[in-house]
Design a protein around this ligand. Structure first.
Ligand code: GLY
Length: 421
């Protein structure tokens, strides 16, 4: 009798697991169907216009684009590749190719550090999905270009050419921002496909220094760390897009979680896993993270003990804006991080990622078809200190939302996250 109860219990648990898996697979499918439609409308509206990459919308709700030299041109082609990966819609593949191939001139670009975002989100996805050697060669040349920004004295890749402090008293000439962790994936790729370890050395050196000087003891992060190029020492720890120098800018923390998780994937060095976990725990356990797990734009905005620089627009903004882009980046990262740990930790990361995805996929953040300039997600923040892109859609939020959905889909199917890599 007791055995019968145990068997029935196990059977109903299995059925519950099966039903949940099915409804979660339906959730992913519904989101991709929606995204495919929305992206196709965006494609119709952008037409064949060259060098105009979707970024956000203006106050009138009209599409705002950038040229290819901004940091975000890789995300629209990358979103098309992510949609193609799930939907296998050949129209999407053709568009993804066309939009990606426009970016080829960037392979020799050395004007800022964002080449990883620009090329790995476009050509990186293109190579993974097609195996086309021409794409691989473009990525390797891009890694070569990015490496020219590495300085052996600081041990880091220079992010921007200069950074003017919000305090109005200094201009730094070797700023490194936490976002730069994301550009390292391109370098690891180049070493893997060429056998030339120099790219990897640059990436590891950059990650080690970021871990030392950009991550605080409680695993929160400084947005900008500026170095002295004569002695290699830290010359300043400030913010550009966060509320205050000592606050935690949510998207910066998101880049760190994603970046250190990826660097752990590539190195298996436990120091990077510890950092990724520390940063993730800071984010998902923070008392200021709302219940839907979509963060405010900064964890410390308008709190005692945090003061924006005299020239920062953050001084004037008291409204608590959310940043859906940070949640999308963290959701994608946490799916990966959940595969590097076990037991309760793994469940905690995976459940947080699922919660974030469900919030983003709800009416609170996901736009109605044909609205929001045909972007998918609403309520993102570009930069409050610069008074730009506040409570708007942002192309990178959509990219990481789709990437997270693909990762979730693979986990639901019991597949490896990087099977196609
Ligand atoms: N990498 C720039 C930003 O996150 O806004």
């Amino acid at each position: 009798m007791k055995q019968m109860f145990v068997c029935a219990g196990i059977l109903s648990l299995c059925l519950l697991g099966f039903t949940t898996r099915n409804s979660e697979a339906d959730f992913v499918k519904e989101n991709f169907k929606y995204a495919n439609k929305q992206l196709k409308t965006m494609l119709q509206e952008t037409g064949n216009k060259q060098n105009a990459f979707p970024r956000t919308i203006n106050k009138a709700g009209k599409l705002v684009t950038t040229n290819m030299y901004d940091w975000t041109p890789g995300f629209f082609p990358g979103s098309l590749w992510n949609a193609y990966e799930y939907m296998e819609d050949t129209e999407m593949k053709t568009a993804a190719r066309t939009w990606t191939e426009q970016l080829e001139p960037l392979k020799t670009f050395t004007g800022h550090h964002d080449l990883g975002f620009m090329m790995y989100c476009s050509y990186g996805n293109a190579y993974q999905q097609t195996g086309n050697d021409a794409y691989k060669n473009i990525l390797v040349q891009s890694a070569r270009s990015l490496s020219t920004r590495f300085n052996p004295t600081t041990g880091c890749i220079k992010s921007w050419n200069t950074f003017k402090s919000w305090h109005g008293n200094k201009t730094y000439n070797f700023p490194v921002i936490i976002d730069n962790m994301m550009n390292l994936e391109l370098l690891f790729f180049a070493s893997k496909v060429t056998g030339d370890t120099s790219y990897r050395h640059v990436a590891v050196s950059h990650a080690v220094n970021t871990m030392k000087y950009q991550i605080r003891k409680d695993y929160s992060s400084f947005h900008v760390v500026c170095y002295d190029t004569i002695n290699g020492k830290v010359a300043g720890q400030e913010t550009a897009q966060g509320y205050a120098d000592n606050s935690t800018w949510s998207r910066g923390q998101a880049w760190g979680i994603y970046g250190f998780t990826m660097v752990y994937r590539e190195t298996r060095d436990p120091r990077f896993l510890k950092t990724a976990q520390g940063m993730a725990d800071f984010f998902i356990r923070h008392k200021n993270l709302p219940a839907d797990k979509v963060p405010y734009w900064d964890f410390n905005a308008n709190q005692a003990g945090y003061t924006p620089g005299v020239n920062s627009n953050a001084r004037k903004v008291t409204q608590s804006y959310r940043d859906a882009s940070a949640a999308a980046i963290v959701a994608s990262a946490l799916f990966e991080l959940s595969t590097y740990v076990s037991g309760a930790k793994s469940k905690e990361y995976k459940n947080a990622a699922i919660k974030m995805l469900h919030s983003l996929g709800s009416d609170a953040y996901r736009a109605k078809p044909g609205t929001n300039g045909n972007f998918l997600l609403m309520h993102c923040v570009g930069s409050i200190p610069h008074n730009g892109e506040i409570d708007v859609p942002l192309v990178y939020a959509d990219y990481y939302f789709l990437e997270a959905l693909n990762r979730y889909d693979r986990l639901l199917k019991g597949e490896s996250l990087f099977a196609k890599g």
